[in-house]
Ligand binder design. Sequence first.
Ligand code: F6P
Length: 411
Amino acid sequence: MDTKLVIAMVGLPARGKSTMARKIAGTLELDEVHVRIFNNGDVRRQLSPKNTSAPELFSPENPEGVKFRDKCARINLGLALDFLKSDGEVAIIDATNVTCQRRKLTRKTFPDFPVLFIECMNTDEEALEANLERKAFLKEFSHLSQEQALDSFLKRIDFYESVYEPLNEERNFILIDSFEGYILQEQLTDSLPYYDRIRDLITTRIVRNLFLVRHGETYFNQEDRIGGNSDLTDMGLAQANGLADYFANERIPIIFTSNYKRTLQTAAPIAKKQEHCSIISLPEFNEIYAGVCDGMTYSEIREQMPEVATNRKHNKYDYVYPEGEGYASMEERIHRGLQKVFYLNNYDDNIMIVGHRAVNRMILSDFVFRPKEEVPYIYMPQNRYYHIQIDPHKKIFELKPYTKKPIKDKI
Ligand code: F6P
């Protein structure tokens, strides 16, 4: 019995519960634990495939809705119980479980198995907003416009908020900030199997497949000009198409880019070759801003502002361009961009980021320690990409070509 555990997720919609549930399941699976996720929403959609997305269904004032959702919850808990009674080891109940009553029902369903409640909170308004926008694309809202879908989802959240009761009487719980990946509070009364493992993985970044791509060649690249917002050249477009063909065999649900044309133009053909792929552009991944030097070539800088060239060469990592940025000053925003990526990608196996030379160096160094004087010199070509894989058992970074005969790389 002591290898069996129930994990019940807790939290308002769009707070990262399913992502966390998948992360826990995926990691425990690597340790050969027999784990399964039981999602209340899946039962709801199966029982009544038509329009269970209407907000009224979630109103605590609607007796029919309350009854129907209670039925879904009981069925889901029953499935989890069957799983644990056979050879299942960890059952994860992926549901809001925001009321004491629902949590009591969960505990009552499993008198013989310990229950750990994991609540996901997110206090980062911007990340929450971006997540809500993504929810509007869910299949259950496909009959609605994006605006209507968002409105419906927000009403649903309001209903959940009106009955929300925080955790406190539960014997075992962990409260986490799902955006930052921090544990905010925990209470452990029983001795739970896998507890240390779970606690550990909540705060550890796990990356199944991160494809870190640099945008294709631009007109500015051709002239060795920095910054700006220039378009891809023919060569750049050929590189983007090469990437699109190569990644057509992978599933890429989201491509994260910067706000600049060169990353968006590189991502567009890749997304087009996928069945379902959205592009999310994050300002956090905009290229290092060279301030007064933006748009200049390196030789113009050497000639016209020799002190900039000299000082930068002396300590490239810490150097900040006049009125601009430096590698060190980008640290925080790059880290924040990555937090957004992991929050928004739903713990999908594959993530793609199309970034820039300096940005990609910083992204890479967020995953693997490199002495800071080396970071600004990490090789970041346009004809290859980095494949990053990190889990508790391995850490792999590979620089791979995306065409059989690599398209030449100028810089
Ligand atoms: O030249 C392309 C570019 O992305 C510029 O926009 C940027 O200023 C530069 O690379 C960053 O590389 P480095 O820090 O080596 O100058």
